[in-house]
Design a protein around this ligand. Structure first.
Ligand code: GDP
Ligand code: MG
Length: 205
């Protein structure tokens, strides 16, 4: 498959929020209670048929470098979408999402984002309610979608990936679409033109 039909998605967030676990649940249907914090960098691939064309999504996982603030430019390079993960039981990890988004934008410019609050299975409803205003206001300001997930039970895991894949497809193959959950559609673009477009546009989503 040519590079032009491969779309890169990165997963970002603080260490231990469940990034590797979410990928593992989606791609391997497995949850590992004692997921090691540092593993080799991994790629997971998924082919999606879109308007009769096969598009390969490549999801990148970190090797734990986020814990040392040492994610290289190569990790971000060429990404067209990102899954931003925080831990609903540690609200500071949501506040750090802002930093990740800023770094991501500096590296790749405009990009589709989905923010997920993971570990929903051990969340406290009162805590979620207390924090929901900050989450909603950040996500509406940045035009990002938001979902709660549990890598442990699988809650919303498939839905989160499907949602991000749809957002990226709509953005990459359509122009006149500002992405990030915005479903406006315009003139079709060839896959691959997104790279040029991304250089032209700056900002979130
Ligand atoms: P990463 O550093 O962001 O990749 O986080 P990991 O995927 O390595 O997960 C860190 C820890 O959180 C591991 O012990 C996981 O088993 C646990 N974990 C991840 N997701 C969930 C979840 O949805 N619910 C619960 N209860 N634990 C989780
Ligand atoms: Mg990990």
């Amino acid at each position: 498959m040519s590079d032009e039909n491969v779309l890169k998605i990165v997963i970002l967030g603080e260490g231990r929020v469940g990034k590797t676990s979410i990928l593992s649940k989606y791609f391997k249907k497995k949850f590992n209670e004692g997921e090691k914090s540092t593993i080799n960098p991994a790629f997971y691939e998924k082919a999606v048929n879109y308007n009769g064309k096969t598009i390969q999504f490549k999801f990148w996982d970190t090797a734990g470098q986020e814990q040392f603030n040492a994610i290289s430019a190569l990790y971000y390079q060429g990404a067209v979408g990102a899954l931003l993960v925080y831990d609903v039981t540690i609200f500071e990890t949501f506040q750090k999402v802002e930093n990740w988004v800023r770094t991501l934008r500096e590296a790749v410019g405009k990009i589709s984002l989905l923010v997920v609050g993971n570990k929903f299975d051990i969340s406290d409803k009162a805590e979620l309610d207390k924090n929901s205003q900050a989450v909603n206001s950040y996500c509406s300001k940045e035009n990002c979608s938001h979902m709660y997930t549990s890598a442990k039970t699988g809650y919303n895991v498939d839905e989160a990936f499907q949602s991000l894949i749809n957002t990226v497809l709509n953005k990459v193959v359509s122009s006149g679409n500002s992405g990030g959950g915005n479903q406006r559609r315009g003139k079709r673009l060839e896959i691959g033109e997104h790279k040029k477009k991304e250089k032209e546009k700056k900002g979130c989503c």
